[in-house]
Each structure stands twice: as C-alpha cells, then as structure tokens.
Write a protein that binds this ligand. Structure first.
Ligand SMILES: NC(=O)c1ccc[n+]([C@@H]2O[C@H](COP(=O)([O-])OP(=O)(O)OC[C@H]3O[C@@H](n4cnc5c(N)ncnc54)[C@H](O)[C@@H]3O)[C@@H](O)[C@H]2O)c1
Length: 260
C-alpha cells in the first residue's frame, strides 16, 4: 500500500529544488499531484516528470502573491484531481542585506511570498476542506532561519518565524475539522535558492563564490549540506496517516543544526 494513494497534493514552488524532489516522492507514494510555480512553463526536470506521470501530475502556473487568483487556482486543481487533501506550501524567496540597508522593498518582496502567499494559499485549501468535511494535511515550509535571527538576514528569518506561528494557529483552528497543520524547518539544502544565498554572503562577508556553501556544510553535525531529497521523507510522513497524531509541529530536517 502506497502511503499517499487516493490523496491529491498541491505543491507550490514545485519547480524549485525541494518542491521538485517532494513532487517526485509524493508521486512515488501514489498521490495525484498539482505542481504550481510562478514560471509560465515548467522547467526541464518538472517537464520530464509530467511526461512520465501525465495521468497523475498537472502543472498550473500561479503567483502565490496574487491573492485574487488563489481560489481559482485551488478550484482549478480540484477539477482535474478532486479536492486538495494535502498542501505542500513551499514557494518562497530569499534575500538579505545588512540590517540598516534592509529596506521596505526587500521586506515587501520577502513577506509577500513567504508569509502572505503562504498564508492565503493555505487558507484557500483549508476553506475547501472544511466545506467538504474532508480530513487533510498541510505541510508549510519554514526554515532553521525561523528559529533564530541572523544579522544579515532579518526579513527572511522573520518571514520563516511567521510560518512557524501561522502553522500553530492554523493547527489549533483546524483540529476540530480533522485537518492537521505542520511545518518542516530545513537546514542548509543544496538547491537553486542556495546559489543565490551563497552569492549574497560572498558579497556581504567578502568571501569567494562557493566559500559560504562549503563552510555551512562543514558546520552541520552530520557533516554536509542536505540534498532536496533529504526533505522528502519528512514531507511524505507529515502528509500521510503515519503522522495522524501530530499537528502544530515544526520538524527540523537539518542534519542536527537546531535542537528543539
Ligand atoms: N534551500 C535551503 O537551504 C532552505 C533552507 C530552509 C528553508 N528552505 C525553504 O524551503 C522551500 C523551498 O526552497 P528551495 O531551496 O527549494 O528554493 P528554490 O528557489 O529552489 O524553489 C522555490 C520555488 O518557489 C517558486 N516561487 C517563488 N516565488 C513564487 C511565487 N510568487 N509564486 C509561486 N512560486 C514561486 C520559485 O519559482 C521556485 O521554483 C522555501 O520555502 C525555502 O524558504 C530552503
């Protein structure tokens, strides 16, 4: 028995490193998947998954910051594969700067996607689950950055702390409806996002390109950066009935970086 058979999962940021790996894992566990990303067309890796799993995988272009489009997005996904039971709420952007230069434009860019988009996609999925009386599971993507501030990363860290808090509030609100809401806090995972992170640290800490990536990998207790697939096990577990008595939690998947 596959663990997500008969589930319909909607994954945002599905064209990125972690989103793609989790889409693949959900498909392997028997789910029907709607992959959502802001890109007009799926990138090569997602296109190849679509070619192999076209009967159980659809791609929908959407910008999660466009709140007026989210109801149509979730309803559109349901037309193809039925009510969304699992949300992998993963789309996000990263930016950083010294605190005194962390301006309002950066704040808006980061909070629009990571907090506003995250919350209202979740709300749109929850509203439909409550209306149909179906159980469900939400998995929000937080970060180790949401556990502790960083001098150069104030807006992003705060946005991920907000993900942890919204996860707790939504879990309490949804518990009577048999809908569980949890989050994953990845550590340092080698994805396209980290290429940008590395370049920004190089600029602000005067490092050579690639130097920060090597340093953060060495500092992980397990000795290396994670791969996107390292998030897949937790993502499947939290989506499936194996975690049926777990809600309101943020699970660290970080090689031992954070202990809580
Ligand atoms: N990579 C890491 O080390 C790391 C660490 C902690 C947390 N995270 C979190 O994990 C999640 C996935 O990160 P990743 O490393 O795979 O990033 P990524 O940059 O590889 O993927 C993010 C995806 O989100 C999409 N996206 C961005 N803005 C969007 C929007 N407005 N609407 C729809 N889609 C949008 C991008 O197009 C991209 O495909 C994010 O929430 C990130 O904050 C990542």
């Amino acid at each position: 028995m596959q663990r997500l058979e008969s589930r319909h999962a909607l994954l945002t940021g599905a064209g990125g490193g972690i989103g793609l790996a989790v889409t693949e894992a959900y498909l392997a566990e028997g789910a029907r998947c709607t992959a959502v990303d802001v890109a007009a067309q799926p990138g090569p890796a997602l296109a190849s998954l679509l070619a192999r799993h076209g009967d159980r995988l659809a791609y929908l272009q959407a910008d999660v910051t466009r709140l007026d489009t989210l109801a149509a997005l979730v309803d559109g996904a349901a037309v193809r594969f039925g009510t969304v039971d699992v949300l992998f709420n993963n789309a996000a952007v990263f930016d950083m700067a010294p605190l005194l230069e962390s301006d309002a434009a950066m704040y808006e860019r980061v909070f629009d996607v990571n907090v506003k988009g995250m919350f209202f996609v979740m709300q749109a999925v929850l509203a439909r689950l409550v209306a149909t009386g179906r159980p469900g599971s939400i998995v929000n993507l937080a970060s180790q950055a949401g556990r502790r501030g960083e001098a150069l990363v104030a807006h992003y860290c705060a946005s991920k702390a907000a993900v942890i808090s919204y996860t707790q509030s939504a879990a309490l609100a949804m518990a009577p409806h048999r809908i569980r809401v949890n989050a994953i806090a990845p550590g340092v995972i080698d994805t396209p996002m980290w290429q940008g992170v590395d370049a920004l640290f190089a600029r602000y800490e005067g490092l050579a390109p690639g130097e920060k990536k090597i340093a953060v990998g060495k500092a992980v207790p397990l000795g290396h950066m994670g791969a996107p697939a390292d998030i897949a096990g937790a993502a499947v577990f939290l989506a499936s009935d194996e975690s049926s008595y777990i809600t309101a939690q943020t699970l660290n998947v970080d090689g031992g970086n954070v202990m809580s």
